[in-house]
Design a protein around this ligand. Sequence first.
Ligand code: IPE
Ligand code: IPE
Ligand code: MG
Length: 251
Amino acid sequence: MDLLDQINKENVPYHVAIIMDGNGRWAKLKGKPRVFGHKNGVKSVRETIKAAGNAGVKALTLYAFSTENWNRPKAEVKTLMALFLTSLKSEVKELIKNNIKFQIIGDQESLTKSVLKGLNKVIEQTKNNDALTLTIALSYGSREEIVNSFKNISKKIVNKELSIEEIDENIINNHLYTFTLPDVDLMIRTSGEKRISNFLLWQIAYAELHFTNVLWPDFTKNDFYNAILEYQNRERRFGKTGEQIKTTNEI
Ligand code: IPE
Ligand code: IPE
Ligand code: MG
């Protein structure tokens, strides 16, 4: 059964972020090397992008590689980088066809020239699309992002483009890699781990969190719709009382 029909189109999370975890364990269960899990995770990415579009999600941010993942065995890192490039190349037509804007967040300086070149090409090809913004977090760490934003804000202060008094939440937001995106409404993590692993720490201040035991290569569109259905059953209070929220909704 397709759960899409059960989704209330009036209350779809605008921005969904996913920690795609469990590729290694999935492969191990099948007696295969970890990279087999990564390869099989690609189809879950494809299916999730489609599901997000069908549900009416406007921004989808996927955690593909963290700053800490550079500490993995060299061969695994190399295979992952190659996999990003080949998958992107094979998906670009589909992105264009579905009016999807592709962008990346993370520490671009640590990526190789060939990976960056491949990414930039797709960013350029899809920059005017507006049905869905697909953001891939690559060599991304939230703390690194915050350090980077401090540096850029400090430079502006030194150059007198900005005064200390002007610093507020908006200014900080505008110096994060995610400056074009609104806060995360729903964050999903697969594989049963219940941690954030340095992903979008600032941006999830009021996100609803959804944890599922499904390993990423097994994640399907119904798992995605299920997370949205659970989100729709939550009451987002933003510090107010439940009564206040109900009255505002009635107006
Ligand atoms: C997520 O799966 C993919 C990346 C972090 C690149 P893992 O590779 O972390 O899989 P597990 O957690 O070892 O099962
Ligand atoms: C987080 O997964 C990063 C990505 C999904 C890309 P990890 O598997 O690296 O996270 P930890 O180390 O278990 O927290
Ligand atoms: Mg993991």
